[in-house]
Design a binder for this molecule. Structure first.
Ligand SMILES: [Zn+2]
Length: 351
């Protein structure tokens, strides 16, 4: 069921096979990742209390919805957004997102890894955007894309290879340098956080994308306002982490890496808070694609725990019996509207 009304297109599921090898590092590096998450949680807990909702600005209720890993989470009574009890201040962002030296990033990500990520993860996203916009009457050459928070430019390159005019902005100069080197183009520009908002205000592009970005933006309200006020922007493509089954699994398996609710994710979207945010932008849902990794997370956590128990035999059985069911189980979760990730194309409402 689409809770955002209108004539939106809803799509569910994506094979998890493509990301199996990428996610397997989450199992082998579990303890290091948990340690990093604990340090990040300590940084969050040292921030001031969050009093208002990250999306709609309403005062948060006095009672939390749940507590996990020493952090309370509040459900906004107005828009339904899930907010941590501590604020993601500028200080939090500065301490969390530390620039990695260029050399280390470059050597880890070889040409082959770059092409695999591009093909398996970013090209399907770019195709979903292009197919949706085609139904709206836009051909690839009509798509002028600004990707905000472009990272190493995977999405920009994927859209570009499909024939779109695509550019990206990114705060990490390391990733910009790497991305431009890999693509052989100068499509990525390094900007500061404040410059990024100004780019959104000034862009002539008709499509703007935020892929796994909105949840990390400290001045989110300013960015939402900038999108609404720049009428050149007709479509927004975004993907965000959702309040979902993964959050529950993460609380049960506390010795396992909490990918969904931890680190830079201090708040999570729900269908209703997404609809609220789209409305604040002056946009409405055009199409959505839900494909989470809840069941992959569950598999990973079961596997980590079995390994910790020294039960290699049962871990092997889990591998043989669970993995073949993974895609079917995740599809069921995706259709339940409680999956860990959503991709959406939003369209500016007719004024
Ligand atoms: Zn709210």
């Amino acid at each position: 069921m689409c809770t955002m009304g209108n004539n939106c297109d809803s799509k569910y599921g994506k094979s998890l096979d493509d990301i199996l090898s990428i996610k397997s590092s989450f199992i082998s590096s579990n303890d290091e990742l948990v340690k990093e998450r604990e340090m990040q949680a300590d940084i969050l807990k040292s921030q001031k209390k969050r009093e208002t909702c990250k999306i709609c600005g309403s005062v948060l209720p006095s009672e939390h919805l749940f507590f996990t890993r020493d952090i309370p989470y509040f459900e906004c009574s107005k828009c339904g957004h899930i907010n941590s009890g501590y604020d993601d201040t500028e200080d939090f962002a500065a301490k969390l997102y530390i620039e990695q030296p260029y050399g280390s990033t470059y050597h880890e990500a070889s040409r082959e890894t770059y092409e695999t990520r591009l093909k398996n993860i970013y090209t399907p996203k770019a195709e979903f955007m292009v197919e949706t916009l085609k139904k709206e009457g836009l051909e690839c050459e009509d798509i002028h894309l600004l990707d905000d928070g472009a990272g190493s430019g995977y999405f920009v390159e994927a859209a570009s290879r499909l024939g779109c005019d695509a550019k990206g902005i990114e705060v990490s100069s390391t990733q910009v340098r790497f991305g431009n080197e890999m693509s052989g183009k100068e499509n990525l520009t390094a900007v500061s956080g404040a410059e990024a908002t100004q780019f959104v205000k000034d862009t002539k592009c008709n499509v703007i994308s935020f892929i796994g970005v909105l949840e990390h933006i400290t001045n989110l309200k300013d960015v939402i306002d900038a999108v609404r006020e720049n009428e050149n922007i007709k479509y927004v493509y975004c993907s965000v982490p959702m309040f979902s089954f993964s959050v529950i699994f993460e609380d049960v398996f506390r010795g396992c890496f909490n990918r969904q609710l931890g680190g830079g994710h201090t708040h999570l979207y729900t269908d209703s808070s997404l609809a609220y945010m789209a409305d604040m932008m002056g946009f409405e849902k055009c199409a959505s694609w839900k494909f989470g990794s809840d069941m992959m997370d569950l598999y990973r956590m079961l596997s980590v725990e079995l390994e910790k128990n020294g039960n290699k035999g049962l871990n092997g059985v889990l591998h043989d019996k669970f993995l073949p069911l993974l895609n079917d189980m995740q599809l069921l979760v995706d259709k339940s509207e409680f999956a860990s990730e959503i991709h959406m194309v939003l369209k500016r409402k007719d004024s």
